[in-house]
Design a protein around this ligand. Sequence first.
Ligand code: FAD
Length: 488
Amino acid sequence: MKKRIVVIGSGLGGLAATVRLAAAGHEVTLCEQGENFGGKMNCWTEQGFRFDTGPSLITMPWIFREIFEAVGSRIEDHLKLVPVNPICEYLYPDGTRFNYSASMPDWLETVRNLERRDVEGFLKFMRLGAQLYELSRDTFLRYRPADWVQHTDIGSLRHLPWRYGWGNYHRTVAAHFKSPHLQQLYDRYPTYVGSCPYRSPATFALIPYIEFMFGDWYILGGLYRMVESLITIARQQGVTLLTGARVTRIEHAGGRISAVRLADNTKLPADIVVMNGDASHAPQMLGEPGARMELAPRDRSMSGLVFLFGIRRSIPRLNHHAVFFSSDYRREFDDLFDRRQFPDEPTVYVNAPSRSDRSLVPGEGETLFVMANAPANDGSWDDQAIAVARQRVFSVLRAGGFPDIEKEIVVSNVFTPEKIGQRYLMPGGAIYGTHSHNWRYAFLRPPNMHTRYKGLYFVGGSTHPGGGTPIVLTSARIVSELIERYES
Ligand SMILES: Cc1cc2nc3c(=O)[nH]c(=O)nc-3n(C[C@H](O)[C@H](O)[C@H](O)COP(=O)(O)OP(=O)(O)OC[C@H]3O[C@@H](n4cnc5c(N)ncnc54)[C@H](O)[C@@H]3O)c2cc1C
């Protein structure tokens, strides 16, 4: 039966839920408090330079294809996905540098040159990732936790090496790789979900497996094209799309959702509400007594400090992705999670999509997205804090042989954790909601369906199954299936 549905937030998960629910015949209104759609998957253009301000790489491309198919469309009619190879260039303070090739023979050759014994370790690590992926693909990544059990083949758990599968992520990496360079490379993966390798569960070994086996992908024209395509589809479906529409209240009567209230007091009646904003905001929006708005800082995933630079000359040697590692990774994470300060010596990620896509720049030049991890604190980032952090970032880049671009910068912008937090209403700018350092946070995120208020659902990175673009698309599928099951 046709329902009136309000989606709160136009992040990728909110948009995907919107088009799925509209395709199912519901009357959908999308309320976005910001000036434009997309949430963290956003963009900035200036003087002909076009930048993605959030995601820079996507994995599991079939999940992107699937959302178009689910709404009766074809990805080819909207987007061109291209594989990125090498996956990344890694540069270390001791001068070591190499490409992480997506080709198995090339990569095994690189591993052999770094440490002969690690060839076997790499293959074992990939096998572990494959087992973990097989286990989660049709359970954790497919259904809400309450529905896993019936889909879990308990027998398959027998084949998982328990010590590694359920242990600590870093210790598992160290057990597979002797080369400190490879250890640091594989230790980086929990940062894909805003977490620390020394505190995360080994189950995250499925992330490097997914990236290596299924590739690292880019969308021509920039990843924001994905958001633009979903908006185009939503318009064609007749969805009401609102920007500058902040929902402050979710109203209910007799345990059932009845409406949302906007900041200007407009009331939008609703049979169903899908919350794409941070799930930790829901209790207060529901008017629950004593509800706190924010996630405590110690529970948050990392944020990031992002510099965007449009530069006037090309850097042909630059890869699409490059990482300049710090000399002491453990200290860097202690800075981020214990001392909760921007690291003295940050690891710096440089994304240069213009190396693969000249449509992003006017003529010569490059678009650079330069990011370092930062704690998701509540404090403010003043000009001086930005200047100090920028100096640290440039000093790591210089030490890694990155060309001096300071005089070549034509346009620039900076996204601090404070700005990320304010733009997308994320506590402290925590990109992935909670960190994933314990089992509850990694695998039992807030459920996709409210247990007490009928008609209230949650989609996006702060809820099950978690953050990252393919995963929030998965959460949209879970939510639309739940609505079909419980509301029709
Ligand atoms: C710098 C950066 C780099 C990243 N890199 C990658 C990457 O390389 N690969 C990858 O897969 N992922 C990456 N991510 C993560 C990815 O962007 C997110 O996991 C994903 O886009 C989150 O989607 P979401 O559905 O959770 O919505 P969000 O993006 O969190 O959007 C939620 C939306 O809800 C709106 N909202 C909140 N509250 C209200 C309210 N009360 N009323 C109305 N609107 C509201 C917000 O304004 C926002 O637009 C990155 C993120 C950032 C910031």
